[in-house]
Design a protein around this ligand. Structure first.
Ligand code: MG
Length: 381
């Protein structure tokens, strides 16, 4: 039976990961959350974990009090996340935190030779080249939890990666599919949070509305599967049934399908290579009747074209657009900037910020800070 550690346990992916653990009797050794102490406490008690980490310093004492009658060790901050990531008694480190905060814990698990199940796409966007080369050096496997990347990973099973022509990365198109910029000027937070197919956390739901999510996934796919950006095609599948596909040398295309439910990719990453029953609705193609496919609209969705440009330029630019987006999404959710400003800031950062080195974690941090400062200056002056 497998043993895991999990950071980001109170978010959408974290909760579903624990559902999979419950169903398949997977042992959980440690959990971490940002600040949801009540839920973290109940998860920690249910799974009798050894350690928990609450990332926010301000919640540390409360968390200790909550678990005072147990032997559970309480950690906090980045140090706590990295202590969990370095637990060598786990077979798998599951990273489902949101944002670039996930990069250092991922690198820590890799250095310790622990396989990683990665739902934290910002890790690969910001530091993909470092993560993949460290993983290779340490003989660590990265199992994707993102539905598209899980699909690609599944399509590649039993095939030689050198025989791949291209990856077909599918997108739902988001809630604003078919609309033009002038129609998106007055989009509210509520409208942007209303995704047609997937139920997800706030940050990724906004990223899906701006298509930033697809841009980040484009970069993620480039690193995870070692393909050139030229060989990744983005295709909109409005129904979110085809989760992605791979075209091989003989022009045979293998796609992975299923209902849009994250439990399937989560369970595949946790139980790999086994396939067991999953608590989701089976896919009925005849209920759908029709699957529709479209080209993405790079003109309207600046975040998407910004990400493609960032990975083509290389260096620290993927990290920069990601950090700019993280700041911009926070501002939009606080109703401080309009919806279209997110894409505008992403595009502008590519023009305004100079090339920066990206060889080490410290380089990445510097680029991240420059990007966050750029947003701050754009908004305040
Ligand atoms: Mg995805």
């Amino acid at each position: 039976m497998k043993t895991i550690t999990l950071i980001g346990s109170t978010g959408s992916i974290g909760k579903q990961t624990l559902d999979v653990c419950r169903k398949h009797n997977i042992t959980v050794r440690a959990l971490a959350a940002y600040s949801s102490t009540a839920l973290l406490e109940s998860q920690a008690r249910e799974f009798s974990v050894e350690k928990v980490c609450v990332y926010s310093d301000g919640h540390y004492l409360e968390m200790r009090e909550r678990l005072a009658d147990t032997g559970i060790k309480v950690l906090c901050g980045m140090e706590g996340l990295c202590e969990i990531a370095s637990d060598k008694r786990a077979d798998l480190f599951v990273n489902s935190v949101v944002g670039m905060v996930g990069l250092l814990p991922t690198l820590t698990a890799i250095e310790n030779g622990i396989d990683v199940a990665l739902a934290n796409k910002e890790t690969l966007v910001a530091g993909g080249h470092i993560v993949m080369s460290e993983a290779e050096k340490n003989g660590v496997t990265i199992y994707p939890i993102d539905s598209e990347h899980s699909a690609i990973f599944q399509c590649l099973q039993g095939n030689d990666p050198k025989r791949v022509n291209k990856i077909i990365l599918t997108a739902s198109g988001g809630p604003f599919f078919g609309l033009k910029k002038y129609e998106l000027e007055d989009v509210t937070v509520e409208q942007a949070l209303n995704h047609p197919n997937w139920s997800m956390g706030n940050k990724i739901t906004i990223d899906s509305a701006t298509l930033m999510n697809k841009g980040l996934e484009f970069i993620e796919a480039r690193w995870l599967f070692g393909v050139s950006p030229r060989n990744i095609e983005i295709v909109v599948n409005r129904e979110s049934v085809v989760h992605s596909a791979v075209e091989f040398k003989d022009f045979s295309v293998i796609a992975q399908m299923g209902v849009p439910d994250m439990k399937i990719p989560i369970q595949y990453a946790l139980l790999y290579p086994e396939r067991e029953e999953c608590d989701v609705k089976p896919l009925s193609l005849t209920d759908y009747g029709t699957l529709t496919f479209f080209r993405p609209d790079f003109e309207t969705f600046d975040c998407l074209s910004g990400c493609v440009e960032a990975i083509n330029r290389g260096g620290a630019y993927p990290c920069i657009v990601n950090a700019v987006n993280e700041e911009a999404v926070g501002l939009f959710l606080n109703r401080e900037i309009p919806f279209l400003k997110i894409g505008e800031l992403v595009r502008k950062s590519l023009d305004r910020l100079p090339e920066m080195p990206s060889d080490t974690y410290e380089d990445i941090k510097r680029a991240e800070i420059a990007a966050r400062n750029f947003v701050f200056n754009e908004i305040n002056f």
